[in-house]
Design a protein around this ligand. Structure first.
Ligand code: ADE
Length: 235
C-alpha cells in the first residue's frame, strides 16, 4: 500500500515511522510519505490558509494550496486522481465518518491512501467536495489538526497489512474483528498463574482447545452486551 500524508508538519511523522509495526510494514514494501503543503503553495511567504468568508474565528485551509500540492505530487487534476479506482483520498475532520474496525479494513484493502490533514478551522468545503472520497473522524472531539488523526489511521491500517505484526494471526482475532463477531476481545492472562492469590481461569490452563475457544467467545459476547461492561472478566 502507498500512503501519502499531506500536512503542514511532515516532521511529526519521523518518530511514527520508527515504530516497530510501521517500520515492519515499510520494510516489506508499503510506503508512507509526507507532503508539505507549504512546499508548493502558490501564495507568497508560505501562506496556506485564509480567513473565513462570512467572518468568524480561525483560519481555513485554501483550495488553491491543496490543489497545487496534489497536482505536484500526482501530475494530474486532483479531480481525476480522486476518481481512480483503488485509491481513497481522505480528509481528516472531526465531523467525518467515525473510524471503526470495518472502516479500517475497508481502507486497508485499497492500493493507495491519501490523507489530507487540516489545521485551525479546517478545510475550504470545496476541497472535501471535489478532491476527497472520504471525510474521516477519529472521534467526536476537536484536535488542533489532522496529524494525530492521520497517525491513528496509519497505525490501524498498517497493522492490518501482511508483514506488519510479528505474528500473522494477531490482527485476525482481535477486538471488533469479524472473527469475534465485532465484539470486544476476551481477557488475556500470562504467567504467573497465581499472583497475590489472584488466579487465572482454570479453563485457560486446561489445554482443552474447544473449551478455551468457547470460553473466549462467551467472554467476548458478554463484553459486547455490557454484561462485563467494566472490562473485567465474567466469573
Ligand atoms: N481534525 C481535528 N479533529 C479531528 C478528529 N476528531 N478526527 C479527525 N480529524 C480531526
Amino acid at each position: 500500500m502507498r500512503i501519502d500524508v499531506f500536512t503542514l508538519f511532515p516532521q511529526w511523522f519521523d518518530w511514527f515511522r520508527t515504530q516497530r509495526h510501521v517500520a515492519n510494514a515499510l520494510g516489506v514494501g508499503h510506503t508512507l510519505a509526507c507532503v508539505d503543503y507549504r512546499a508548493t503553495t502558490p501564495l507568497s511567504a508560505g501562506q496556506v490558509d485564509d480567513t473565513p468568508f462570512g467572518g468568524g474565528a480561525g483560519m481555513v485551509l485554501r483550495i488553491d494550496v491543496v490543489e497545487a500540492a496534489l497536482r505536484a505530487r500526482y501530475g494530474e487534476d486532483p479531480v481525476d486522481a480522486t476518481a481512480r479506482p483503488g485509491r481513497r483520498v481522505v480528509a481528516l475532520t472531526p465531523v467525518g465518518r467515525l473510524l471503526d474496525d470495518a472502516y479500517v479494513s475497508e481502507l486497508a484493502a485499497e492500493d493507495e491512501l491519501v490523507l489530507l490533514c487540516g489545521r485551525y478551522e479546517g478545510f475550504d468545503e470545496r476541497i472535501l467536495e471535489h478532491f476527497c472520497t472520504d471525510r474521516l473522524s477519529i472521534g467526536r472531539y476537536v484536535l488542533a489538526g489532522g496529524e494525530l488523526a492521520a497517525m491513528v489511521v496509519c497505525d490501524a491500517v498498517l497493522r492490518k497489512l501482511p508483514g506488519a505484526l510479528g505474528h500473522e494471526d494477531s490482527a485476525l482475532e482481535e477486538s471488533f474483528s469479524p472473527a469475534l463477531e465485532g465484539a470486544p476481545e476476551y481477557p488475556h492472562y500470562t504467567r504467573p498463574a497465581e499472583w497475590r492469590g489472584w488466579t487465572v481461569p482454570d479453563v485457560l490452563l486446561s489445554g482443552h482447545h474447544a473449551n478455551i475457544r468457547a470460553w473466549r467467545l462467551a467472554q467476548s459476547r458478554a463484553r459486547a452486551t455490557g454484561d462485563a461492561g467494566s472490562g473485567r472478566p465474567l466469573p
